[in-house]
Design a protein around this ligand. Structure first.
Ligand code: PLP
Length: 372
């Protein structure tokens, strides 16, 4: 399997200090532009989830292409992006505003347009207490549209929204993440339908409670283009910006790599071991251990389609390859498409940016490790 990542690698793979994460800025820009154009044509607002990249450089590109703001998962991520000048942030997570977090949320709400998620009366009460007498944040009720994670059942959104409004919170709408779209490649379309249906029922429940939802927000890369339709007003995909093996397989490309893959891990072949196969210097501390049930191994080794990264230890990636297949030489630098890109990015301080066959920049992972 050839991939353009391997074409004329004049960016001197030999000069890389591996393991290192490479990002192709042209592919990043193409991914940003494709999603932005699609959402603009659908009349749906795009609020990309920044947990994938955690980088101001990427955030600014997304906003320049028309994103209305960013989604984040944590207060810490929000602080980094607010300090970097991003003015509209949604913490799409059931935030429990207690202790020091309350003060941090108040400070954030005074420096940017802040929205936060909530899915319990305890969460509502904590938010109401945290923002009493301060600049308020907008609140969105999280619903479970089939992902079996956080969120109330759609029909309960009205009750919770009503309780939040009574306590003085500014309830702007509802949101969901259709995590069930990750279950297997055949689930995508059904997951998108469930996302839209759940949000529609939740919005109706809010109206019945006397609150008009102005934001009806869906969000996942596998479902984004399928659920961007009435009554959804906003989409929050994140992973689309870099792509990864999992997304590519879910989108129908079993090889796990296509032109949307904008990030790879470069690793050096450090050994052939004693039993065939080969070892690379990228292990769990850069590739992570994330393996979806429908994937074999810990990533795709470009140019070596028969190789399977069967195991990862902290600093070793152990690949098996059938007898007779060509294996890379010791010392060769190979490129690996990771299974799931988001945790990979969170393991490195910076990304090496390439374009047209050369290293052109380095992007810091500004919100690396800001997981609280
Ligand atoms: N919104 C929420 C609440 C999420 O949890 C996620 C991802 O986990 C996203 C949006 C973005 O989804 P994806 O990673 O599929 O792009």
């Amino acid at each position: 399997m050839a991939d353009a990542w391997l074409d004329g690698s004049a960016w001197a793979r030999a000069a890389l200090e591996t393991p290192v994460v490479l990002v192709d800025v042209d592919r990043v820009d193409a991914n940003i532009s494709r999603m932005a154009t699609f959402m603009r044509q659908r009349g749906v607002a795009l609020r990309p989830h920044a947990k994938t990249h955690k980088s101001l450089a990427v955030a600014r590109r997304q906003l320049a292409a028309g994103a209305v703001g960013l989604t984040v998962a944590t207060v810490g991520e929000a602080e980094v992006f607010a300090a970097g000048g991003i003015e509209d942030l949604f913490i799409a997570y059931p935030v429990i505003a207690v202790g020091a977090r309350s003060e941090r949320l108040r400070r954030l709400a005074s420096t940017c347009r802040l929205s936060v998620g909530v899915d319990s009366i305890t969460g509502v009460e904590a938010l109401a207490a945290a923002f009493r007498g301060a600049t308020p944040a907008r609140v969105l009720i999280e619903i479970d549209s089939g992902g079996a994670r956080s969120g109330v059942l759609p029909e309960m959104a009205g009750t919770l929204a009503g309780q939040a409004a009574v306590l003085g919170l500014d309830v702007a709408g509802v949101f969901t993440h259709a995590g069930q779209g990750y279950a297997d490649p055949a689930r995508r379309a059904a997951a998108a339908d469930e996302e839209v249906d759940g949000l529609a029922r939740a919005a109706e429940a809010m109206r019945t409670a006397g609150i008009e939802p102005t934001i009806i927000s869906a969000g996942s890369t596998p479902t984004a283009v399928l659920s961007a339709r009435d009554p959804v007003t906003e989409e929050r995909p994140g992973t689309y910006v870099y792509g990864d093996r999992q997304q590519t397989v879910l989108a129908g490309e079993p090889a796990g790599v296509d032109a949307s893959v904008a990030l790879v891990v470069a690793a050096t072949v450090v050994s052939h071991g004693a039993r065939g196969g080969f070892l690379v210097d990228a292990g769990a501390k850069i590739l992570t251990k994330d393996v979806a049930p429908y994937l074999a191994g810990h990533g795709v080794v470009l140019g070596y389609p028969d190789a399977v990264l069967t195991r990862v230890n902290d600093h070793h990636g152990i690949a098996e390859i059938p007898a007779g297949a060509t294996r890379p030489a010791i010392g060769e630098i190979v490129l690996i498409v990771p299974n799931h890109v988001c945790p990979v990015v969170n393991l490195v301080d910076e990304l090496v940016v390439v374009s047209g066959g050369r290293v052109v920049d380095r992007w810091p992972v500004d919100a690396r490790g800001r997981n609280s």
